[in-house]
Design a binder for this molecule. Structure first.
Ligand SMILES: NC(=O)c1ccc[n+]([C@@H]2O[C@H](COP(=O)([O-])OP(=O)(O)OC[C@H]3O[C@@H](n4cnc5c(N)ncnc54)[C@H](OP(=O)(O)O)[C@@H]3O)[C@@H](O)[C@H]2O)c1
Length: 193
């Protein structure tokens, strides 16, 4: 059995990713606070900012994972807040990093030891993993960190047969983009309809 574990498959890019993996014959599990509306996806309710709920989800997957010939772990979920170098509360930064960075590590710690050769760890990054824009301070920090995690994962898994990569989408019309850009007409012109 091929298994895809996707964080944040309730909406947006994660939901579309779930559909793609289903099409390739994977059993798909969504780790998010909301359910994925695709009936064939199994939902494991999870707040990635809370390590205990991550552990509970992985505990429920143990039997399934033991029978898996291939596991695709897709780190898709992220939080994006409007903040800046001069206005970013440290508590808020910690929350963003808990979801966007520490949760990835928690999942890797539990799942990497269970992954057979041929499995993959996929990071959904951003073009902001390698550059910055204004008013996205905590997001830019976390996306740079995700890029570092992917590169370090690649080095540490060399020879294991486990593949890793980062996918960096450009503007994609999702809840995250709409919330971030709001009704700013300058951005609206540059973003997809
Ligand atoms: N849209 C773009 O233009 C764009 C561009 C570059 C990169 N990206 C990246 O693509 C990925 C997906 O973004 P998107 O645009 O599809 O965003 P989205 O539609 O807002 O979806 C974000 C997903 O993350 C999940 N999530 C957020 N916080 C969570 C938490 N604490 N616990 C569990 N799940 C959480 C949400 O699930 P729940 O709310 O149900 O928990 C949701 O499924 C992100 O990594 C983003 O940085 C997006």
């Amino acid at each position: 059995m091929k298994v895809a574990i996707i964080t944040g498959a309730s909406v947006g890019i994660g939901r579309a990713t779930a559909e793609a993996f289903l099409g390739e014959g994977f059993a798909v599990f969504n780790l998010a606070r909301r359910a994925c509306p695709i009936a064939a996806v199994t939902n494991l309710t999870c707040d990635l900012a809370n390590a205990e709920t991550i552990d509970r989800c992985i505990d429920t997957l143990q039997a399934t994972l033991a029978q898996s010939s291939e596991i695709a772990l897709v780190h898709n979920a992220s939080q994006m807040r409007k903040d800046s170098a001069a206005a970013c509360d440290s508590d808020s930064l910690q929350q963003v990093l808990a979801t966007n960075v520490v949760a990835i590590n928690s999942l890797n710690q539990r799942l990497l030891p269970l992954m057979p050769a041929g499995s993959s760890v996929l990071y959904v990054g951003s073009t902001l993993a390698e550059k910055a824009v204004r008013n996205s301070f905590s997001y830019v920090i976390s996306k740079h960190a995700q890029l570092g995690m992917m590169r370090a994962t690649c080095q540490d898994l060399m020879g294991s047969g486990i593949h890793t990569a980062m996918i960096c989408p450009g503007f994609t019309d999702t809840e995250m983009l709409r919330t971030h850009l709001g009704s700013d007409p300058q951005w609206r012109r540059q973003s997809p309809a």
